[in-house]
Ligand binder design. Structure first.
Ligand code: MOS
Length: 773
């Protein structure tokens, strides 16, 4: 973790800065959960002790499509300690997965449409066909290996490459755009004096969080407690209540720590449901830890893609045509279109634009959201093509981008709420030393290494979700923030404590944030890089309400110096409310003590059923209206230096700098870590990650870290992060979200640097050494 800096080119605008009190927002405060996680005190979902716990393991189908004709469980049942072998022949009935509905957003968390163990049908190679429950994990795993299943196979479509020609155009929906056009891009391309027309491919990717998916489930009558590392406790709770036909109020989902998720823990996958089923069947608390293979077989990954990017430009490098089309895959039993062309609506001011996403449906597990779905692979194609065009024009690739930097959203003329890509490139180029690069490929060397420098734009839309929050201020001056959000390691609780501390004018240490439990007010999912801004919006409102209530208490007393004061003339600082810089005021402690109340509460959001639906509808309509007006996003400039061995094709990423516009930086340390983590993921995507699917039967052939290669520390250079730290005036506290933007552009920056080093263009990920020889 070297060279950590977040340059601060401006001050945060809001809430108002006090002359005396130290603000928490902006400080690089250590994560509040850091100590527990690094000392082993943090309990993950497979670590909650129950005295009589049983262990479960899955059996996976070995065909892509067909029907089960027989299951022999005799050998498995004979293993000492086996309590149950549950198959479709003896499993109790469950409710089928719900259809997606905008009236209940928890339906979006349905991983697949399969009613596991309630059917003899097999829909993908790896679908769970049995769950074994035993006294020990070892017995469960051994017995699972002894379950013998026979099938009647049906014809299956599993080969993405072979199916590509059958892709159908994705239709536009209110929340997703399948295509868009402006002018006649094909004609403009044909007429352009300079052009590129390129095809790119990216392979499937799978989730590899440090903590594999695991569930601990315990029933008490119709009440259910589930410990689950999840990105959405509210959706998990509702899904489970529905599938097991019990009241949602009786289901509690607890998720204090999540050992990484990256999209993989957004949906409710088979392991979770079957652990709850196993606990139901055996009457015991049951724990299931998916093996690494289990994650690949039962948790969706990223779709493969083929993409066409064609660009046409005039002699000045002004884009006249931008075409970006894609083919991606969904499962026949679920998954969604990946927004591969999303960034191409926003990045370049081309006169003519044509975007179209196309889909093929395979007999495969549903794809799912994964590490900046859409833009991470979409920017690989777009940003490599821009670099190729720059070489055709003999223009610096940054200069080409700046000549096409739009003032309004290119596809539809909407306004940008905030956009500082120019500033990001200027800052990055200076700090990285871009001017020291000689453009000619192969022109830079360090001993026997070929040295290359590459650049690419990062882009990720910013999102907001509804969040219910309560804040309690106690007479001892402490504050408790409660919201059922998620801590996957990004520092969410720390950020909210900083925000609450400043909003109320109390020290950071006075605030405690409770999260990760469905008994708390319903929080947003951790996804789309939108959790922090979403919670912050409600938290700020709750803090305003709280201050109002405290002031009302104060005004009741003739002794209070705040008598007759209005909140908008007061400043929250030094643990209380004060008029002006040196004016009269008093501490919260004094106000509450005099009034004789132990605490004051404020709440945002209703938890009644009607209140919740009404709140969701209100929130969604507001959001859609807002997005009709504004385009909102985080963006950045990625700078990469590589060294390539000319004889072996070995690529080492030797230097990295990212300059980002992520709005207000709440915490330079956690924001820096988030952005660094994304770049590490992007390096994996560029150089090593690839799920290999057997085209004959749809079986994933490398389901584990031994053969699916993610970067290790030795693969990662020092990563220098700079943030512009300018608030987005239309977002709560100026936040635009930091989780995913840094994954985008990374693979293109590497591919472009490799071209600069070697003169070779690789348009098929991952860029393994065989492609460079
Ligand atoms: Mo994410 S892929 O929004 O967890």
């Amino acid at each position: 973790m070297t060279r950590t800096q977040a340059s601060r080119t401006s001050q945060v605008q809001s809430p108002p800065r006090s002359a005396t009190a130290e603000r928490s927002v902006g400080r690089p405060i250590d994560r509040v959960d850091g100590k527990a996680k690094t000392t082993g005190a943090a309990r993950f979902s497979a670590e909650f002790p129950y005295p009589d716990i049983a262990h479960a393991a899955l059996v996976y189908a070995t065909i892509a499509r067909g029907r089960i004709t027989g299951i022999d469980t005799a050998d498995a049942s004979a293993i000492t300690g086996v309590l149950a072998v549950i198959t479709h022949l003896n499993a109790p009935a469950m409710k089928p997965p719900p259809a997606m509905s905008v009236m209940d957003l928890s339906t979006l968390a349905t991983g697949t449409s399969v009613n596991y163990l309630n059917t003899d049908e097999v829909h993908w190679n790896g679908q769970p066909v049995a769950v074994v429950v035993a006294e020990t994990l070892d017995a469960a795993l051994r017995a699972a290996a002894l379950v013998r299943v026979t099938y009647r196979e049906l014809p299956a479509t599993v080969d993405f490459t072979g199916e590509e020609k059958n892709a159908v155009p994705q239709k536009n929906s209110p929340i997703q755009s399948g295509g868009a056009r402006k002018g006649d891009a094909e004609a403009a391309l044909a007429a352009a004096p300079f052009s590129v027309d390129l095809r790119f491919t990216t392979p499937p990717h799978h989730h590899n969080a440090i903590e594999p998916h695991s569930t601990t489930a315990a029933w008490d009558g119709d009440r259910l407690t589930v410990h689950e590392g999840t990105q959405n406790i509210a959706w998990t709770r509702k899904q489970l209540a529905r599938r097991f036909d019990v009241p949602v109020e009786g289901v509690r989902v607890i998720s204090p720590y999540v050992g990484g998720a990256f999209g993989g823990k957004s949906m409710v996958w088979a392991g979770t449901i079957l652990t709850v089923l196993a606990a139901r069947v055996t009457g015991r608390p049951v724990r299931m830890m998916l093996t690494r293979e289990g994650v690949y077989r039962t948790v969706g990954g990223r779709t493969p893609s083929t993409q066409r990017v064609a660009l046409g430009a005039d002699a000045d490098g002004k884009l006249t045509a931008l075409i970006h089309t894609s083919v991606t895959q969904t499962g026949r039993v679920g998954g969604g279109p990946e927004q591969v062309t999303s960034q191409s609506r926003h990045l370049y001011d081309a006169a003519n634009i044509l975007l179209q996403q196309n889909l093929v449906e395979l007999d495969a597990l549903s794809n799912t959201v994964m590490r900046a779905p859409g833009e991470s692979i979409g920017t690989f194609a777009l940003e490599t093509a821009v670099d190729e065009l720059a070489y055709k024009l003999d223009l610096d690739p940054i200069e080409l981008r700046m000549r096409n930097e739009p003032s309004r959203n290119p596809i539809d003329g909407k306004r940008f709420a905030h956009r500082m890509l120019r500033e990001a490139y200027a800052l990055g180029a200076e700090k990285f030393g871009w001017s020291g690069r000689t453009p000619q490929p192969g022109s830079m060397r360090d001993g026997r290494w070929l040295v290359g420098m590459g650049v690419a734009s990062a882009y990720h839309p910013s999102w907001q979700f509804s969040a219910n929050v309560t804040v309690r201020l106690a007479v001892d001056g402490t504050v408790v923030v409660r919201c059922g959000f998620h801590e996957m390691g990004m520092g969410g609780a720390t950020a909210q404590a900083q925000i609450a501390a400043d909003a109320l004018g109390v020290p950071f240490d006075a605030v405690r944030v409770e999260y990760g439990d469905s008994t708390l007010p319903t929080g947003p999912g951790a996804g789309g890089s939108g959790q922090t801004a979403s919670v912050a919006a409600s938290l700020l409102t709750a803090c305003e309400k709280l201050k109002r209530s405290v002031l009302a208490l104060a005004r009741r007393s003739s002794e209070s110096p705040l008598r007759g004061r209005r909140l908008n003339g007061l400043e929250a600082r030094d643990g209380g409310l004060w008029a002006g810089g040196t004016g009269p005021g008093e501490t919260y402690v004094a106000i509450l003590a005099r009034a004789g109340v132990p605490s004051v509460d404020a709440r945002v959001g209703s938890e009644t059923r009607v209140g919740e639906v009404a709140g969701q509808v209100r929130f969604m309509s507001k959001l859609l209206l807002d997005r009709r007006r504004w385009v909102k996003a985080a963006c950045g400039a990625q700078f990469c230096e590589v060294r390539v061995d000319p004889d072996t094709g070995e690529v080492r990423v030797s230097r990295w700098l990212g300059a980002f516009d992520v709005g207000t930086v709440i915490n330079a340390k956690t924001v820096g870590s988030q952005l660094r983590g994304g770049i590490v993921m992007g390096i994996g995507m560029a150089l090593s990650e690839e799920t290999l699917v057997d085209p004959r039967n749809g079986r994933i052939m490398n389901p584990g870290l031994a053969e699916y290669h993610v970067p290790v520390h030795a693969d990662i250079p020092p990563i220098d992060i700079h943030c512009l730290d300018e608030p987005d005036p239309t977002m709560p506290l100026g936040l635009v979200g930091v989780g995913e933007v840094s994954i985008t552009g990374t693979a293109a920056a590497i591919a472009n640097a490799i071209h600069h080093a070697t003169g070779k263009r690789v348009r098929d990920l991952p860029i393994t050494l065989d492609k460079l020889l």
